[in-house]
Ligand binder design. Structure first.
Ligand code: ADP
Ligand code: MG
Length: 316
């Protein structure tokens, strides 16, 4: 990262926030997100994620520190920084009586985009987000998933270089989530830097290349997804068996192999163990494995260990 010469999309240094009620939400946060990255900001509830995002997008005043968006200091040139950012806030915040089409066109107008160009983009995004049929209905008639998609479309209307999404898929069902991610991945492939917070750690593991974990207002991890996951020293697997197993599975030194039920085994093993040894022992015992999967999501396991927070929603 240090050899990188390009301007980071986001550079935050020693950021602090103390709210009026005395809550210290950020206690000196430093963070860098490279241009073009797909970056996950994770942490339990109350960790400071939305506060950090709020400061970067000029909705919350910082108490101390510095934040730059593509080199633009948000304290010195707020409006230039805002033009570079598209924000999808945690709470739905458009006017429920306005129509989706108008919400998009007005947002573009706010950023000074000419009206005919704004109309063109609005149509395009409404189609891509499968909102075309709802374009001229009051937005209160949209389903929860449609409202979320409209928020994403609105954030993209001024073609920001940095798209920030604060729990965009909370409460959105799996199919809609997938189509949202395809859309966001496409924006990322076209060069938009993406930062997201999410409670769905599996989603973060699949989508994001780099990650920071924030806890109690401090960054406790900041690395690539790959190197973070490699810290997980024990992995758990579930093995589905072809035939019913009446007795116990064979003992394999160095790993824990347990019978869960007649056709399922559980395997816990240190990361540096040779998986072939386990399969050789199973083979010798005449046990045929049909399929295998991770017992829990790996990122989730790490997250719980690092933050010590069982974070109910993370397990959802
Ligand atoms: P997250 O998004 O990670 O759940 P937040 O940034 O929303 O965390 O909150 C961080 C901390 O700041 C929490 O303790 C929260 O209660 C507090 N907080 C957030 N917003 C405000 C506010 N407007 N006034 C006072 N305290 C706040
Ligand atoms: Mg939040």
């Amino acid at each position: 990262m240090t050899t990188q010469s390009a301007m980071p999309a986001l550079a935050v240094r020693d950021l602090r926030k103390t709210y009026g009620n005395g809550v210290e939400a950020l206690k000196g946060v430093s963070l860098e997100v490279a241009e073009g990255d797909f970056f996950a900001l994770l942490g339990p509830n109350g960790a400071g994620k939305s506060t950090l995002i709020g400061i970067v997008s000029s909705l919350v005043n910082m108490s101390g520190g510095e934040a730059k968006v593509f080199g633009v200091d948000i304290a010195r040139d707020r409006s230039a920084a805002m033009r570079l950012i598209g924000l999808v806030p945690q709470e739905i915040n458009f006017n429920m009586f306005e129509k989706p089409y108008d919400i998009l066109v007005n947002s573009a107008g706010f950023y000074g985009i000419p009206r005919d160009e704004a109309c063109k983009r609005a149509k395009q995004y409404l189609d891509q987000m499968q909102l075309g049929a709802k374009a001229q209905q009051p937005s209160r008639t949209l389903s929860g998933g449609m409202k979320r998609r409209l928020m994403i479309a609105r954030a993209l209307m001024h073609r920001p270089k940095l798209l920030i999404l604060d729990e965009p898929t909370a409460g959105v069902d799996i199919e809609i989530r997938r189509s949202m991610w395809r859309f966001i991945e496409q924006a990322n492939a076209e060069g938009t830097t993406v930062i997201l917070t999410t409670h769905y750690l599996e989603e973060a593991e699949q989508l994001c290349r780099n990650i920071a974990i924030i806890d109690h207002g401090r960054i406790i991890e900041h690395s690539s997804m790959k190197s973070l996951l490699s810290k997980l020293d024990v992995e758990g697997f579930v093995l589905d068996l072809a035939d019913n197993l009446s007795g116990e599975p064979p003992a394999v030194p160095g790993v824990e192999l347990k019978r869960r039920d007649a056709h399922t085994l559980e395997l816990d093993m240190p990361r540096d163990t040779d998986l072939n040894r386990v399969f050789a022992a199973l083979h010798d015992a005449g046990i045929v494995v049909r399929s295998m999967r991770n017992k829990t999501n790996r990122l989730e396991e790490l997250f719980m260990r690092l933050t010590g927070d069982p974070n109910k929603e993370a397990a959802a």
